[in-house]
Design a protein around this ligand. Structure first.
Ligand SMILES: [Zn+2]
Length: 244
């Protein structure tokens, strides 16, 4: 069957298109994006193919075939529409974090408010600890030459710089200073899920510091307990793998 692997990879690509469309629509359903803001992408690692939202197409009319297929350098391979202008940021993150399979960017209000305030989100409670093993970091403000140059690529570089010494698997998202959040995960759907959770913990953290400006973060023992019961070798939260 000489065409067997070609058929398999075109099926995988069709699945990726559907999954990335679904991740984009999830951002709308959860109130994370307005108009055409925001974008989700996914990657087939073996083939080195990225599927990303097209630029400026309304979510209501978006179909799997509207999504743009590119290579790992961000070169468009298929599709008449232009890719999201944030594609170079996605490319930089896929290159730097080889374990991730999907990326989401939004301007969701509470996470963006923290990004604009240029404050990391401290871990105040177990909801946060379940998903982020530490504060949600914020990047340094970008320099003028970075903004005037290859801005979107440099945005990716600023995130990668911020993650020196941090584990991008244990901290699946970041606040880009004066801009907004990027999240990632094993696939586009996990990245969208993390974007929704990040917005929720950003909102709760805002209320926490409003109620008590001196609120201290969650203790390390409780933080570790919550993170590690869901992640890593000793995880026991939820059902056994393969069970639905
Ligand atoms: Zn943006």
């Amino acid at each position: 069957m000489p065409n067997h692997s070609a058929t398999d990879s075109s099926k995988a690509l069709q699945r990726l298109r559907e999954e990335v469309l679904e991740a984009n629509l999830e951002l709308v359903r959860r109130g994370l994006v307005l108009y055409t803001f925001g974008n989700a992408s996914g990657i087939l690692r073996d083939e080195g193919l990225i599927v990303i939202k097209p630029s400026g197409v309304p979510y209501e009319t978006m179909k799997p075939e509207h999504l743009v297929l590119t290579d790992l350098e961000g070169k468009v391979l298929e599709g008449d529409l232009r890719p999201s202008s944030d594609l170079p940021t996605h490319v930089a993150l896929y290159k730097a974090f080889p374990q991730i399979g999907g990326i989401v960017h939004t301007h969701s209000e509470y996470a963006t408010a923290w990004a604009q305030a240029r404050r990391e989100i401290p871990c105040f409670g177990t909801t946060h600890a379940d998903y982020f093993h530490g504060p949600v970091p914020v990047t340094d403000a970008m320099r003028s030459d970075e903004v005037e140059g290859e801005y979107e690529k440099n945005t990716g570089a600023s995130i990668v710089r911020r993650f020196r010494g941090l584990n991008s698997s244990a901290i699946p998202g970041v606040l880009v200073a004066n801009h907004g959040p990027f999240t990632w995960g094993k696939d586009a759907s996990a990245a969208a899920h993390n974007a929704v959770v990040l917005e929720s913990i950003a909102r709760m953290a805002f209320f926490t510091v409003t109620i008590n400006s001196e609120a201290s973060g969650i203790g390390k023992t409780l933080h570790d307990r919550h993170y590690l019961r869901k992640h890593g070798g000793k995880a026991y939260y939820g059902q056994e793998k393969d069970a639905k």
